[in-house]
Design a protein around this ligand. Structure first.
Ligand SMILES: [Zn+2]
Length: 162
């Protein structure tokens, strides 16, 4: 499942990348090109434009109605039927959407704060922007947040089905 987010949904695009989903962030306003890319790359469109889904019934479009990025993420999880794959968490660069490469620990030396280097064992790097990532203590909090997000949405989906 791949996504393309319109220019109003930059934060949501990052959240989806954090979950490991291949998500393009389309910053321009050319709606035709936006749709064209989505079709060509078989991406699900995420937009705040409520008229788009009506005008383009053949395309897969998730219309986002929430303002807050966390709620928007919940909305995509529910409307898109996303499931949580913990193996995919933090495998993608939040800025470039590229899959991260694991790097030997010594390659991170001098490129991350010293205390991080001493605390962490595993580092990965974006092949495009060369930003270095590590799984800090935030990972546990993030996983907790994700569990909450997905459990809540599972429950809601069940209620809707019943
Ligand atoms: Zn990057």
């Amino acid at each position: 499942m791949k996504f393309i987010a319109d220019r109003t949904l930059g934060k949501l695009a990052k959240e989806l990348r954090m979950l490991g989903y291949d998500t393009l962030y389309y910053r321009q306003e050319d709606i035709h090109q936006f749709i064209h890319i989505a079709r060509q790359e078989e991406r699900i469109i995420m937009t705040r434009n409520t008229k788009l889904a009506l005008r383009r019934p053949k395309d897969r479009i998730i219309t986002i109605t929430e303002e807050n990025p966390s709620r928007q993420l919940k909305e995509v999880i529910q409307k898109g039927g996303l499931s949580l794959d913990e193996e995919s968490l933090f495998t993608r660069c939040l800025l470039c959407n590229m899959l991260l490469d694991n790097i030997p620990r010594e390659k991170a030396a001098g490129k991350v704060p010293d205390f991080i280097f001493h605390q962490q064992k595993d580092f990965s790097r974006c092949p495009q922007c060369e930003r270095i990532y590590w799984q800090g203590s935030h990972l546990e909090n993030m996983q907790k947040k994700m569990h909450e997000l997905f459990q809540i949405s599972d429950r809601r989906l069940q209620i809707e089905k019943n």
